[in-house]
Design a binder for this molecule. Structure first.
Ligand code: NAI
Length: 287
């Protein structure tokens, strides 16, 4: 983007954001980075950036090298802001510390943390999920966010207007059969959001979450395959069935989620402890 196309109004100008899980081309993380960049924030773009067969879900994939991450950072810089790409596996606290240290060394502050990284690992009928899978889902989806919040907190407090946005799921607000460990993990993210909003509000840190519904990413496509399997229909029929269940009549896009993140990060200055569904009005399941 050249100067002429950079929006005059940039509500996040002067702010620094760190986004996890932002290295995949079709992923929600990249869309979040680009939305924050358009709003003027400088950004530390992170993802696991190495091969991890243990958390690889067939049909979804992982960001397993620096290539996708560097690409996200380059795209972000085209919006006239600063962006660096840093490998960060959120199950490793040392890597989280290094990523946040990179934010401070490069930009001198951290104002916005977006816990987007996640894995669909552990979906399936309850009886079929093994302890190793329960643990891995918990380690990535829950403890990963817990650790990142813990390491970021002193810097977010120093910001004076620090904020955390967790990417939960409608499956964190309601249960549907067949989603196994993912349902537990996303319910925990909802609880984490409410807990930290209560505990860190006095430090000036707002904590909110977004609960996306069906979003058109690789993970979303995998979910359609899962529904097809559960209902014993083909993927096209599953897609048609899902669309009839969404009042707005379309799947969500990564940008739909990203724009809500940017709103929570900036203008929503008196909003904390909220779980914002971005799901086209769908009824999410048993709650
Ligand atoms: P995605 O699989 O493209 O993105 C997840 C990202 O997390 C990937 O870039 C992956 O490399 C990264 N990641 C996985 N393990 C990691 C680790 N240990 N350390 C650092 N990064 C790691 O999927 P998508 O759809 O973009 O999902 C983004 C977030 O949105 C996830 O938290 C997901 O659970 C959530 N979500 C997605 C929905 C959908 O329909 N696509 C619906 C509801 C929630």
């Amino acid at each position: 983007m050249n100067d002429a196309t950079i929006p005059a109004e940039r509500p996040l100008s002067g702010k620094v954001a760190l986004v996890t899980g932002a290295g995949r081309p079709q992923g929600i993380g990249r869309a979040i980075v680009l939305s924050l960049a358009r709003a003027g924030a400088d950004i530390v773009v992170t993802d696991v950036a190495r091969k991890r067969a243990d958390i690889l879900v067939e049909g979804i994939g992982l960001c397993d090298s620096m290539t996708g991450l560097d690409e996200t950072a380059t795209l972000a810089r085209s919006h006239g802001i600063g962006a660096i790409a840093v490998a960060c596996d959120i199950t490793d606290e040392k890597q989280i510390e290094a990523a946040i240290a990179a934010a401070i060394a490069t930009y001198g502050r951290l104002d916005i943390l977006v816990n987007n990284a996640g894995t669909g690992l552990g979906a399936g009928a309850f009886e079929t999920i093994e302890d190793t899978v329960w643990r891995l889902s918990w380690e990535v989806n829950v403890l990963g966010a817990v650790k990142t919040c813990r390491v970021a907190q002193p810097h977010l407090a120093l910001s004076g207007r620090g904020t955390i946005i967790n990417i939960a799921s409608t499956l964190g607000l309601a249960a549907q059969p067949g989603y196994g460990a993912y349902v537990l993990a996303k319910h925990a993210i909802v609880g984490l959001t409410r807990l930290l909003a209560a505990e860190w509000g006095p430090k000036g840190i707002r904590v909110n979450a977004i609960a996306p519904g069906f979003i058109h990413t690789d993970m979303g496509a995998h979910e359609l395959e899962l529904i097809a399997q559960l209902r014993n229909i083909d993927v096209a029929a599953a897609s048609a069935a899902v669309l009839t269940e969404i009042p707005l009549g379309r799947l969500g896009t990564p940008d739909d989620v990203a724009e809500a993140v940017t709103w929570l990060a900036g203008s929503a200055s008196y909003v904390s402890g909220v779980i914002l569904p971005v799901h086209g009005g769908v009824v999410s399941g048993l709650n």
